[in-house]
Design a protein around this ligand. Structure first.
Ligand SMILES: Nc1nc2c(ncn2[C@@H]2O[C@H](COP(=O)(O)OP(=O)(O)OP(=O)(O)O)[C@@H](O)[C@H]2O)c(=O)[nH]1
Ligand SMILES: [Mg+2]
Length: 169
């Protein structure tokens, strides 16, 4: 539900929209952005699948959290799921990109309004990026991912994870 990786999948795999099905298990996508090789783990957002998320936290360099801005009945649930992600100790220091998705739909809440609802101002001490996005027409996705990569490359967490991977290799 939250990953809404529809557009990212189009971007990574060129999948037509009618091939997009709810994520059960894991989709893996690899792309190169700004000379950095990226591996995306797309996890299903259905409530019953969320307990799997934390199994990936320890190894994650960064997080993308996608919110359906056109679905007000799910905002409260999105907000508490996001807060839980941010609080998790295995994700300490991981930069996070929050996407206010579905901006192509007229009924979508603007990114500003959604940010107010999510109370993002409270997140000041956390490294986060926030972007109005549409997986449908690509709005905000490339920009968001590029900003995330830039911050990720400079983060202490990335340095630590790379060192750990180097030691294991
Ligand atoms: N109009 C519009 N539709 C979108 C956009 N992003 C996703 N959709 C549609 O929303 C539906 C859900 O998209 P998914 O990619 O399956 O959503 P998801 O968050 O990955 O769902 P889970 O895999 O269950 O977590 C699909 O029918 C998509 O075509 C968008 O930016 N605009
Ligand atoms: Mg999905």
């Amino acid at each position: 539900m939250f990953s809404l990786f529809y557009g990212l999948w189009k971007y990574i795999f060129s999948l037509p929209p009618d091939r997009i099905v709810p994520t059960v298990g894991l989709n893996i996508g690899r792309i190169e952005v700004s000379n950095t090789k990226l591996v995306f783990w797309d996890l299903g957002g259905q409530p019953g699948l969320r307990s799997i998320w934390e199994k990936y936290y320890e190894e994650a360099h960064a997080v993308i959290f996608v919110i359906d801005a056109a679905c007000p009945p799910r905002f409260e649930d999105s907000k508490s799921a996001l807060e839980k992600v941010l609080r998790h100790e295995d994700l300490q220091g991981a930069p996070i990109l929050i996407l206010a998705n579905k901006q192509d739909l007229s009924e979508a809440l603007s990114a500003e309004e959604l940010a107010r609802y999510l109370d993002l101002k409270k997140l000041d001490e956390r490294v986060y990026m926030y972007e109005a996005a549409s997986a449908f027409d690509g709005m905000g996705i490339k920009e968001g991912v590029e900003r995330l990569v830039e911050v990720m490359e400079r983060s202490k967490r990335t340095e630590t994870l790379r060192m750990r991977a180097g030691l294991q290799a």
